[in-house]
Write a protein that binds this ligand. Structure first.
Ligand code: GCV
Length: 693
């Protein structure tokens, strides 16, 4: 069931073809008793209508009271709202669930088989509804359910890097922004469908514009044109546009946020300073935030990128980042809003990896209660694999957020297949030793009201939303994983496949294998899998593509020289190792104990340094780059077996991309292994390098 002219992603609600399941679903869901007292409950009814009509072949009967004549029914409401719920579940226990939590239970009420969905909040009912529909869409039985769900992370955000008024998305590979700021407050159906997709996987906050709120003007650029940028969303005239989007998202329990420029008091207001300790600046933020909340009463808060890549920040006024964040936080506090203050600050240290910790760790305890310091998963920038940022676990007095990237900036953009859930799992499972052994990132972030996870958005106006059909799995998986980090990558991919391509076991197994092997392949042909990274083309600032290989641009990131490769980040180098707690610091410090997949991130080693199995560094790099390309060819071959098994449109789209993916992986391999050979002069033992002319 396509949504207008664009893809329905995992909300296809294809007819159930298993007769037994169909009849059991019908018995329990043909009649629905659902309250419609709150806006979210309108959404529940709409989604059930749409979903059940698709799955069961006919729309359900919706009731405002228990359907007396029915043999079974579905009851959805707050714990005390309806008797089939209050008389069958422990309502105190439901009321004490976390916000957004819910309970689904099969019960017998007055002799009738019922399914109840109940929650402490309306948004919990939305999530519970999507859960039940997911069970049916993936062919699960629903006649004996007893499910209690609470999200692990309180804040589950998408950060759009969309540039308002320009239509472009920075690092967006799925076409222009779906948000049409020129036409807003007019709404598009697509906004509602986007909100449905997000709510169905548990997202509860959307930052609608790019953290780069001011595009640094380029020489010769028309200033009036380059001024049209994200910071303007804070202008009074634009707030009704923000409210229009918020009116859509709030129906699904999703809050709306804005990225704002630190110099807003000067850009949006007419002050001559943005100094966070200036009284006029403080008063300006208060007035502006009051105005925002008058227009958008449930506004979520602001994201700020400061002192980074051309964006103004507190350093411009000799203030620190806590002083910078706090002036904005104080203005938001009376309204319950929050500042998500990014730790992505670099440029003043020779080794970028060490700067975020050096900047933020000393400020632990200085941030206002409603500030969250948002940290990228690794110290560099969303590379195919990085060590985990040393800031996790280093700021116990501060609310922290983890920033992941859903869009594939460095992993092949909209052409390469790369399923990122295994990578994010590695991040969340990483043991920081912050509180001794057994303090993984996921536990540090969980269960704190001011913490959570932010994912850099992936959608654009492309009919398939994500540029590459298989990249839908990343949006789906991001939401599911941050709701429940204990789900396995395979569980998530399998859910996605069943809802997206149907339940045929060959299709499920094949797509699952493709997804699960794609990240490893990407690391192999982009990096060689022993800790290198950042070898992509950047070019001029206007053209940065981060897609093609270009290792010669980045000596400071890979450290290749005639005597070896890698960077010394041990105590004899930049001492990034020293920012970790023990035993991690010692483990990374010594090349003998450093995990091989991160070796050259921490160590500069001779090309012919022997690894544990006797293979040299340069030979391992050659082997891994070649293996990566072979793996991509295998993914393509597996995809080819699906011809005729899934619809031709999606089959072709992915098949064509795999052809290009193979070519690009070969280009990466050939460029980088030749680069290594030029430096090392060491040929490949298997005769593959130097390449034949
Ligand atoms: C939004 C990298 C990306 C930029 C991005 C920046 C950031 O540098 O290339 O496009 O800017 O990270 O995360 O702020």
């Amino acid at each position: 069931m396509p949504i207008d002219s664009y893809d329905s992603c995992w909300l296809r609600y294809e007819p159930v073809d298993d007769e037994e399941l169909l009849s059991s679903y019908r018995d329990r869901c043909e009649h629905v008793y659902a309250s419609d007292s709150a806006p979210e409950l309108g959404v529940v009814r709409e989604e059930l209508n749409r979903g059940l009509e698709g799955l069961l072949g006919r729309a359900p009967h919706l009731w405002n009271h228990p359907p007396r004549s029915a043999d079974g029914f579905l009851a959805i409401g707050l714990p005390d709202e309806m008797r089939p719920i209050s008389e069958t579940v422990d309502t105190d226990a439901v009321r004490s669930l976390d916000e957004d939590g819910y309970r689904i239970r099969s019960v017998t009420w007055e002799g009738v088989d019922c399914t109840v969905i109940t929650a402490p909040t309306d948004s919990g009912l939305v999530y519970g509804t999507f859960h039940l529909l997911r069970l049916m869409s993936t062919g699960q039985p629903i006649d004996d359910l007893d499910i209690v769900e609470e999200p692990a992370n309180a804040n589950r955000l998408i950060n759009h890097w969309d540039n308002p008024f320009r239509g472009k998305v920075e690092r967006g590979y799925a076409g222009p922004s779906i948000f049409d700021w020129e036409r807003l407050p007019d709404l598009r159906q697509r906004y509602f469908d986007y909100a449905r997709l997000l709510a169905s996987v548990g997202i509860n906050g959307v930052v609608v514009n790019n953290v780069n709120t001011k595009i640094p003007s380029r020489e010769g650029a028309n200033e009036a044109v380059s001024r049209r940028a994200g910071w303007q969303l804070l202008e009074s005239d634009n707030l009704e546009k923000v409210e229009a989007l918020a009116s859509v998202f709030r129906r699904y329990g999703i809050k709306t946020y804005l990225s704002v420029n630190f110099a807003s008091p000067m850009l949006v207001g007419d002050l001559e300073t943005a100094d966070p300790l200036d009284a006029d600046v403080e008063a300006w933020w208060e007035r502006k935030v009051d105005e925002v909340y008058e227009t958008v009463p449930d506004f979520g808060g602001f994201v700020v990128k400061a002192d980074s890549e051309g964006q103004t920040g507190p350093y411009d006024y000799d203030r620190d980042h806590a002083e910078g964040a706090n002036v904005i936080a104080r203005a938001l506090e009376p309204h319950g809003g929050r500042v998500w203050w990014r730790a992505f600050v670099y440029g003043s240290h020779e080794d970028r990896a060490v700067q975020a910790y050096n900047t933020f760790e000393p400020l632990d305890g200085e941030f206002h209660d409603n500030v969250t310091v948002q940290i990228k998963n690794g110290p560099i920038d969303f590379q195919p694999r990085e060590p985990i940022s040393t800031l996790f676990g280093a700021m116990p007095e501060t609310d922290l957020g983890c920033e992941l990237q859903i869009t594939q900036e460095y992993t092949g953009q909209n052409v390469h297949a790369c399923y990122h859930v295994p990578q994010w799992k590695e991040v969340l499972e990483f043991d920081t030793y912050a509180d001794g052994e057994g303090t993984p990132v996921k536990d540090l972030l969980a269960d704190r009201e001011g913490q959570g996870i932010a994912g850099v958005g992936v959608v654009g106006d492309d009919p398939n939303w994500t540029g590459h059909y298989l990249a839908q799995a990343n949006l789906y998986g991001y939401g599911r994983l941050i709701w429940d980090p204990d789900l396995t990558s395979e569980e998530i991919s399998e859910e996605w496949i069943r809802q997206t391509f149907g339940g045929d076991s060959t299709v499920v197994e094949t797509v699952n294998e493709i997804l699960m092997n794609s990240w490893d392949a990407s690391i192999d042909y982009h990096t060689g899998s022993i800790g290198l990274m950042h070898m992509m083309y950047n070019g001029s600032a206007a053209l940065e593509n981060h897609y093609d290989p270009s290792p010669e641009e980045w000596p400071e990131y890979h450290g290749a020289s005639e005597d070896g490769i890698g960077l010394d980040r041990t105590s004899s180098g930049s001492d990034y190792t020293g920012q970790y707690r023990e035993p991690l610091a010692s483990r990374y410090e010594d090349p003998e104990t450093c995990p091989e997949e991160l070796l050259l991130f921490f160590h500069h080693l001779p090309w012919e340094h022997e690894l544990a199995d006797g293979t040299t560094v340069v030979q391992r790099l050659y082997d891994n780059f070649f293996a990566g390309v072979e793996a991509v060819k295998e993914l393509r071959a597996q995809w080819h077996t699906l011809e005729g098994e899934i619809d031709d449109r999606r089959y072709r789209h992915v098949a064509d991309r795999f052809d290009e993916h193979v070519l690009q992986a070969e280009r990466w391999r050939d460029t980088i292994v030749s680069f290594f050979y030029d430096y090392s002069g060491v040929p490949d033992e298997d005769g593959r390098v130097p390449l034949e002319a």
